[in-house]
Design a protein around this ligand. Structure first.
Ligand code: SF4
Length: 355
């Protein structure tokens, strides 16, 4: 791999920043170079909110959510005092609810400490949901402080620039080192956003537009004529598959839902009760032993859902309860309100299949 010492670093920084000044994206949470010149500074709350949303989704998908959150909870104090269920409902569609829980916990911690996000990396890392990447992104984008911000876009740019012959997961230290050496000490915030924009808009996963790239002259993958082969792909791992039976209990126009345990997958979210999620299939008698009623079920469709680390088939069973029956945990929810509830998409699918 080519080392940073062999790159004309100062020249590359200038070219990238010139490109960013002309071509960088305008994003609602971002302070552009022309804004800085007028003395405008970023709102750390807005930057933090966008970074948490962008941890698991794309800019086009996150932008309407960002607008909705900022309109409803314009300051960290507003978000800190919001009801958790309201925030979860607004988060629906942004994936992993653990992040929404951390979002609330972080907002409360910052609000209790006076409402200012810390600038210091160590202090940022003590906040819920803020890891090294997010801390670096907040330092750079919100406070214009030097920080090594390496996301998937930056990894791709560096892997191609240096034609790294290993998958990203095996070359993170090299990528970080090169990214750190290239970073601009004079304009750290703009530089961090510039290299991410380069990856997002020019050095794209497929069909990078190398003729528009300010680093084409140094890029080894371009010189080799095969930029798309980088980053080198890691061998595929097989995603485990699990199976469960879901128990949808209806009472007229209502459905029984309960909260999942606070920790773990979909922690604290509402759910339709189910058997354990396991590798083996479930026989009817076996599933019945975990059902809330031991007869009277009607089999419905099986739904399929893919999580990051495993996939799940859930065969739905439906039960119509007597008006007098009351569950010992959870409660009844109007079926017409399902879309408004903080329900994971798996559970929305499960209810849809059981209706
Ligand atoms: Fe990416 Fe092409 Fe630029 Fe290389 S020249 S960094 S492959 S856009």
């Amino acid at each position: 791999m080519k080392t940073d010492a062999e790159f004309p670093i100062a020249d590359m920084r200038t070219r990238l920043l010139d490109w960013y000044d002309a071509e960088g994206r305008s994003l609602p949470w971002r302070i552009r170079p022309e804004d800085r010149k007028t003395g405008r500074t970023a709102d750390p709350y807005a930057v933090w909110l966008s970074e948490i949303m962008l941890q698991q989704t794309t800019v086009p998908h996150a932008t309407p959510y960002y607008g909705k959150f900022l309109e409803r909870w314009p300051t960290v104090h507003d978000l800190a005092s919001a009801h958790e269920d309201e925030v979860f409902a607004a988060w629906a569609g942004l994936g992993y609810y653990a992040r929404a829980r951390n979002l609330m916990a972080c907002a409360r911690a910052v609000s209790e400490a006076g409402g200012r996000f810390p600038k210091n990396e160590k202090a940022l890392l003590t906040l819920p949901g803020i890891g090294p990447y997010t801390a670096a992104a907040i330092r750079a984008a919100a406070f214009d402080l030097p920080a090594s911000v390496v996301d998937g876009n930056v990894e791709r740019v560096i892997a191609r620039l240096c034609a790294i012959p290993k998958p990203v997961k095996n070359s993170k230290p090299e990528i970080r080192r090169v990214a750190g050496d290239l970073a601009s000490p004079e304009r750290p915030g703009d530089y961090a956003q510039a290299i991410m924009d380069l990856g997002a808009t020019v050095c794209t996963p497929r069909s990078p537009t190398c003729p528009s790239c300010p680093w084409q002259g140094e890029c080894i993958a371009f010189a080799e004529g095969n930029p798309e082969t980088y980053p080198v792909k890691a061998p595929k791992t097989i995603r485990p598959h699990r199976r469960a039976v879901g128990f949808a209990v209806f009472r007229g126009s209502e459905i029984w839902l309960r909260k999942r345990p606070p920790k773990g997958l979909l922690g604290g979210m509402l759910e339709v009760p189910s058997t354990d999620w396991r590798n083996e299939s479930w026989g009817d008698a076996e599933a019945m032993s975990q059902a809330p009623f031991n007869s009277g079920w009607e089999a419905r469709a099986t739904i399929h859902h893919v999580f990051t680390h495993f996939s799940l088939d859930m065969q739905m069973w439906r039960y119509e309860a007597d008006q007098e029956w009351e569950p010992i945990e959870g409660g009844w929810y109007a079926i017409g309100d399902i879309d408004e509830l903080a329900l994971p998409s798996l559970m929305k699918k499960a209810i849809g299949a059981a209706l």
